[in-house]
Design a binder for this molecule. Structure first.
Ligand code: HEM
Length: 145
């Protein structure tokens, strides 16, 4: 039976998330560029982690990854191993638990800025929940540290 509260069994507002990502998909480049601008401004201490990174490619990779996550929110059997694997890779990049909070905060701000007037409290909460779930799986994949 279809859920009546617009949420999937995992508690995430899948349709709200998909719809909002679709609505800003033509601004995907702006979204990720804005994200890294905010991140490096608010948390300059993470900038050196990207010293040898080709940022145009990294922006594209992050955008693709966000799309993969949102497309597969209702497929935990696919999403969990994908995010755990990504989290494991991030250990090598030097990502720590506190970095995930910083990235989440900046990603949400970048979304709000890119989405403009369509952004609202419901979207902010839906994205915060989805990010927390994704980051949780990545940290799980990273193992205890
Ligand atoms: C939900 C959260 C995150 C997602 C979806 C994400 C996504 C990605 C993806 C898709 C890549 C490219 C991996 C590849 O080359 O195949 C990447 C690389 C990277 N990420 Fe993340 N990431 C997240 C959180 C973080 C956090 C918290 C940090 C810490 C500041 C971080 C730092 C990096 C760095 C340093 C790289 C490597 C860049 C390089 O190749 O030089 N990421 N991330």
């Amino acid at each position: 039976m279809a859920p009546t509260n617009g949420q999937e069994g995992n508690g995430l507002k899948v349709e709200v998330l998909r719809e909002s990502l679709r609505a800003i998909s033509h601004k995907g480049d702006e979204l990720v560029a804005t994200f890294y601008d905010i991140l490096f401004t608010k948390y300059p201490q993470v900038r050196p982690m990207f010293d040898s990174t080709r940022m145009p490619e990294q922006r594209a990779k992050l955008l693709r990854s966000l799309v993969v996550i949102v497309r597969n929110l209702d497929k935990p059997g696919y999403l969990a191993p994908y995010l755990q694997g990504l989290g494991k890779m991030h250990v090598a990049y030097g990502a720590q638990a506190a970095h995930y909070d910083a990235v989440g905060e900046c990603l949400l701000q970048a979304m709000a800025k890119t989405a403009g007037p369509m952004w609202n409290d419901e979207l902010a909460q839906a994205w915060a929940d989805a990010y927390a779930a994704a980051a949780g799986l990545m940290k799980q994949g990273a193992g205890p540290n």
